[in-house]
Design a protein around this ligand. Structure first.
Ligand SMILES: Nc1ncnc2c1ncn2[C@@H]1O[C@H](COP(=O)(O)OP(=O)(O)OP(=O)(O)O)[C@@H](O)[C@H]1O
Ligand SMILES: [Mg+2]
Length: 273
């Protein structure tokens, strides 16, 4: 069992799992492997992944469909467990955390944006954004107040009372970003957040993420098929054949592979998000 003291060691500033402002490594992934079994078959999308991320970095992970980008983000977010290897956040191994601590890590340290927004369509925009605060036990009034502020930050203050299902795809993704950040996490993980959007909306959503990344001192990991957006991050890593390689050749290889599959910098196959 972990004590409150050991949980406190995970804090990256004065609040547990709060936004990081000081420099240094925030995330370390060591020799990460993930094998999925179905019957007698096994598939190993991650076969020895090493990755170190500094606080404040924004990195992009590219790679062909099925390469394991979502799998890697899920392991970093503690939404799934590795077959072997370790993810460290703030110097602490996630696999030593109790279930309660992992739940707190997911709720407080990590903001996750999916390709499809996963909003509750019958709830209003502001209610959707407030949800993670309610989950962590905040009162309704405070949660709605913070949610409204976040909707302002993503440019949707005037749509707060609109049902999420009635918003456009780009607007829904903005709401999803506000929801991901309402608990002021240190890490923003985005799994093809622009994959379902047209070029202009994708550009707007990416610019918004970049602006919030800077203004809230986030550390961000973006999985994407969009190479032109990927190149605008601090660092591009290419995931292929179970390994993560720095941009350059790996990226060029990935770009070529994607071009063969789907046409340059587009996403026409692979519905997995
Ligand atoms: N829960 C699961 N059970 C079995 N196999 C899985 C599971 N999740 C992922 N896989 C397999 O692992 C591989 C990697 O999948 P993943 O979704 O991580 O790829 P991806 O790079 O995100 O692809 P895309 O670009 O299409 O989103 C795929 O072959 C996929 O079928
Ligand atoms: Mg994916």
């Amino acid at each position: 069992m972990h004590t409150q003291a050991s949980l406190g060691a995970l804090a990256v500033n004065d609040s547990h799992f709060g936004a990081a402002t000081n420099s240094g490594q925030i995330l370390l992934v060591e020799n990460l492997r993930k094998t999925f079994r179905s019957g007698s078959q096994g598939i190993t999308p991650l076969d020895g992944i090493d990755l170190s991320i500094e606080r404040g970095e924004m990195i992009a992970i590219v790679g062909p469909s099925g390469a394991g980008k979502s799998t890697l983000l899920h392991l970093v977010a503690a939404l799934d467990t590795p077959t072997s290897g370790t993810v460290y956040f703030g110097g602490n191994s996630l696999h030593t955390l109790s279930e309660a601590e992992l739940a707190e890590y997911r709720n407080r340290a990590v903001g996750f944006v999916w390709q499809r927004h996963h909003l509750l369509p019958d709830f209003t925009a502001v209610e959707n954004v407030a949800m993670p605060m309610l989950v962590r036990g905040e009162g309704l009034g405070e949660a709605l107040r913070a949610a409204e502020e976040w909707l302002g930050e993503v440019g949707l203050a005037d749509r707060a009372a609109q049902r999420a299902g009635e918003l456009s795809g780009g607007e829904q993704q903005r709401v999803a970003i506000a929801r991901a950040l309402v608990n002021r996490p240190a890490l923003l993980l985005a799994d093809e957040p622009t994959g379902d959007l047209d070029e202009r909306s994708a550009e707007n959503v990416f610019e918004l993420m970049q602006r919030l990344h800077r203004s809230h001192h986030l550390t961000s990991i973006l999985a994407t098929h969009n190479l032109s957006l990927a190149r605008r991050t601090d660092r591009v890593l290419a995931l292929e054949h179970g390994k993560l390689n720095p941009g350059g050749e790996g990226l060029a290889g990935s770009a070529a592979a994607m071009a063969r599959q789907a046409g340059p910098a587009t996403r026409t196959q692979g519905e997995r998000g």
